[in-house]
Design a protein around this ligand. Structure first.
Ligand SMILES: NC(=O)c1ccc[n+]([C@@H]2O[C@H](COP(=O)([O-])OP(=O)(O)OC[C@H]3O[C@@H](n4cnc5c(N)ncnc54)[C@H](O)[C@@H]3O)[C@@H](O)[C@H]2O)c1
Length: 335
């Protein structure tokens, strides 16, 4: 399988390492705005074919799949061009700038039959999947609490420009918290969102601080925090807690707290995974994500997270921004 890459920045380095870890996968080409600057990157990974645009890369042909890790405003046009050319796509989160673009991407995938995966990476994390396997022990999950927060740090450049990024910390980090909560809840549909979002720590036209409350069709409520440059977070970068009627479960450290009335105590069941981690976003998580993308293509299966999961996240994020702007609850998301 010949995989190409759009972008040569932080996340594409991670994806290239992940692709290199797969069997019978060739690093076929890279499209990056300044191909000359991508020289060291391409040489390091032995990628011979370098193009200025995804369109030129597609014209040259000979690739089966494209991994998109460019600024958010390029996700939809690059994905649609690839999908229309019959090339499978894995696109970074947020999948697009808004709901309309996300729907257009799904339409392009539907028409050509090329697969569309959205890189909601936490679905491939071993701690997250340990907790997911334990959720039957929690009973009905009433509420979740998650955050995606950078403390005393935040991204720069295109991330902080609305025209290029679409949104700030809510679109960048809140979406991880949102998708992880939704995955652990079993992917319910959203009903309504109320959010307060603003910019308090730096001077740019996107948000650095947010809280959102999401009501789900199954009756659960998710509380989501997003942030860059925050003075505190409850733990490492991103984590989630699940409050069930029978027990509590959480990530990082990953464990359950199960009341044991007979013994008049609470049993703490640990995942056994190392905490704190050496790095919060381990390469192994991205390797598992890439392995799944390749498997879906080889076995002709629709990837999950795909367009539908990415679209729900875009709907919630877009509604959160609308709620913050209007001061109202935005409902009707499941209609
Ligand atoms: N899932 C995760 O853990 C994770 C982590 C980081 C970033 N991301 C996502 O990945 C995407 C990229 O983020 P990043 O941190 O790698 O950004 P980055 O700024 O490090 O890299 C962006 C790359 O896109 C290239 N680029 C810019 N304009 C281009 C164009 N017109 N055509 C082709 N290439 C162009 C740049 O040259 C650069 O190589 C974002 O959507 C971000 O949200 C996801």
């Amino acid at each position: 399988m010949r995989i190409a890459f759009a972008g040569a920045g932080y996340i594409i380095h991670v994806h290239v390492r992940a692709a290199r870890a797969q069997k019978d996968v060739e690093l076929a080409a890279v499209a990056v705005r300044h191909p000359d600057k991508a020289g060291p990157f391409a040489r390091k990974f032995g990628i011979e074919n370098r193009y200025e645009t995804v369109e030129r890369l597609l014209q040259a042909g000979g690739v089966d799949a494209l991994v998109i890790g460019t600024p958010n405003f390029l996700h939809a046009p690059q994905a649609i061009a690839a999908l229309e050319a019959g090339v499978h796509v894995m696109v970074e989160k947020p999948m697009a700038m808004n709901v309309r673009e996300a729907e257009e991407m799904m339409e392009a995938s539907g028409k050509s039959g090329a697969k569309l995966m959205v890189a909601h990476c936490w679905r491939f994390d071993e701690d997250v999947n340990w907790l997911k396997a334990q959720t039957p022990r929690l009973g009905k999950i009433i509420r979740t609490k998650s955050y995606g927060v950078h403390t005393n740090w935040g991204p720069a450049g295109w991330f902080t420009q609305k025209a290029l990024a679409g949104g700030g910390a809510m679109a960048d980090m809140g979406i991880h918290a949102l998708d992880t909560a939704r995955y652990l809840l079993g992917d319910p549909q959203p009903v309504s969102v109320y959010a307060r979002i603003g910019t308090f720590y730096r001077d740019f036209d996107v948000d650095d601080t947010g809280v959102a409350m999401v009501e789900w069709e199954n009756g659960a409520t998710s509380y989501i925090e997003s942030g860059w440059w925050q003075p505190h977070s409850d733990g490492p970068e991103a984590a989630t807690q699940l409050y069930g009627v029978k027990a509590f479960g959480q990530l990082f450290p990953t464990l359950l707290k199960v009341p044991n009335p007979a013994a008049q105590k609470v049993d703490v069941i640990k995942s056994g995974y190392r905490f704190p981690r050496r790095v919060h976003c381990p390469q192994a998580m991205y390797n598992a994500q890439m392995a799944y993308f390749v498997e879906c293509i080889r076995e002709n299966r629709p990837p999950v997270p795909g367009g539908p999961e990415g679209l729900v996240n875009m709907k919630v994020i877009e509604a959160a921004y609308e709620s913050a702007r209007t001061g109202r609850v935005v409902g009707g998301l499941n209609g």
